[in-house]
Design a protein. Sequence first.
Length: 79
Amino acid sequence: MENLVNLKRLKDPKTHKYKNHIYPKSIDLPFDPINDEYPYPSAAINMTYDGLHPSDKGNAIIAKEVLSALKGMGIGFSK
């Protein structure tokens, strides 16, 4: 889990200022999607591969799995 995101940027409920929080300390901190900024700026991304917002590391994992699946179907690629 610690490889997925570097940080989560959340508003401090007391000061109303944004602060970067490191996992796992950020798990129980509240986030209001209507009033708060998106909590994952580009600096937060480490290794995500959800298919919608993959990072470079995530794209490498997806490509490796797709290539493996194609090879399993007998579809090969030459260099």
